[in-house]
Design a protein around this ligand. Structure first.
Ligand SMILES: Nc1ncnc2c1ncn2[C@@H]1O[C@H](COP(=O)(O)OP(=O)(O)OP(=O)(O)O)[C@@H](O)[C@H]1O
Length: 274
């Protein structure tokens, strides 16, 4: 079931075009990564989805009744405890959270329900509280903007586990951004990459990713290949699937392109983000 469909989306601030002709859809239960360098427009795209910014043109279609939760930046009241934050911020929403709901949320993100003020929390605890705040209204769709920034590797790992639990136990759909592909590669079903204002890549993560490095790819061939593979500069990247692979080699040989090398890439950072 499609929860979100974005079509021909275009956003400009003054004369600066941030995103251009962006198209994608997200289905229920997916964890989708949004990747791109600093300033490429990830937050802008998330704000557009949430209705916190308006598109210059294009369509954002959301399935009726879908509730969104979000973590855009870590805004919490430092002189209140975690539970007090949840109660206070929750009281502005459509349903004032019950004591049990607050307890459950704290437990869900592994925070103690004690009197400690947030100012005395570690950064990781604050991020987890922000996640709990994003979950307050029992969203169906969670938008997390760079939730790993500032976390150490252990913090990242435990945050990843919460996101996985949010999907597996609560069935929530997640869109998560990062400027580092390697951080989110392990949890995402696939990812969207913004580069040069376009949302250009879209790949199902599979066990192995095969990269075919070509000396040159003419635009016509690039368009054909882009229907089922990721094409970045002179590299074609594909999930290791026999049917796709034979199709790929058929196209390459028909176009008489020169294969420089074939590699299996574990770290996609090498191919994509740079
Ligand atoms: N309200 C605004 N008014 C004008 N320009 C803006 C506004 N919001 C964002 N921008 C510009 O749009 C571009 C994209 O910003 P955005 O915050 O969406 O990028 P990002 O990919 O989330 O970056 P980062 O990874 O650094 O968080 C930037 O050049 C930014 O300066």
């Amino acid at each position: 079931m499609t929860l979100l469909k974005v079509e021909k989306l275009f956003k400009q601030y003054g004369s600066q075009v941030v995103i251009e002709d962006v198209n994608f859809e997200i289905r229920s239960g997916e964890i989708v990564g949004l990747v791109g360098r600093n300033g490429c427009g990830k937050t802008t795209l998330m704000k557009l989805i949430l209705g916190l910014a308006s598109p210059t043109r294009g369509n954002i279609e959301k399935k009726e009744g879908v509730k969104f939760g979000f973590l855009l930046d870590c805004k919490v009241f430092e002189f209140l405890s975690g539970a007090e934050n949840l109660k206070l911020i929750g009281s502005y929403g459509s349903n004032r959270p019950s004591v049990t709901r607050v307890e459950k949320l704290l437990e869900f993100v592994g925070l103690p329900n004690d009197k400690r003020k947030v100012k005395d929390y570690s950064f990781g605890m604050k991020q987890r509280l922000s996640l709990a705040l994003a979950m307050l209204e029992e969203p169906d769709f969670l938008i997390l903007d760079e939730p790993f920034v500032g976390l150490d590797p252990v913090g990242v790992q435990s945050f990843i586990e919460y996101i996985q639990k949010i999907r597996s136990q609560l069935g929530v759909t997640v869109l998560i951004s990062s400027h580092q592909l390697s951080e989110i590669e392990g949890i995402c079903d696939y990812f969207l990459v913004i580069k040069d204002r376009k949302l250009r890549r879209y790949l199902e993560i599979s066990q192995s990713k095969l990269c075919i490095w070509l000396s040159y790819i003419p635009d016509k061939v690039r368009t054909v290949l882009s229907n089922f593979a990721i094409v970045e500069k002179n590299v074609v990247l594909i999930a290791n699937d026999d049917r796709m692979l034979s199709e790929l080699f058929r196209i390459i040989s028909k176009a008489r392109l020169t294969i420089l090398k074939v590699t299996v890439e574990k770290n996609l950072e090498n191919v994509f983000v740079r």
